[in-house]
Design a protein around this ligand. Structure first.
Ligand SMILES: [Zn+2]
Length: 53
């Protein structure tokens, strides 16, 4: 499985820009530690659900 976005380094982002675009599209969760956003909490180390309607 993909590792959490919180662990991504600059080279990971460069290599997986297309995958990253999908992961951060229409985010439903954010990471409480790093403020990253994702559509799936599995990609974040301390995921909290965004208060979206
Ligand atoms: Zn995090």
């Amino acid at each position: 499985m993909a590792k959490s976005l919180c662990k991504w380094k600059k080279k990971d982002i460069d290599k997986q820009l297309h995958e990253l675009a999908h992961i951060v599209d229409k985010p439903r969760y954010i990471c409480k530690d790093c403020a990253r956003a994702s559509h799936d909490k599995g990609f974040l180390c301390k995921a909290v659900k965004l208060p979206l309607s």
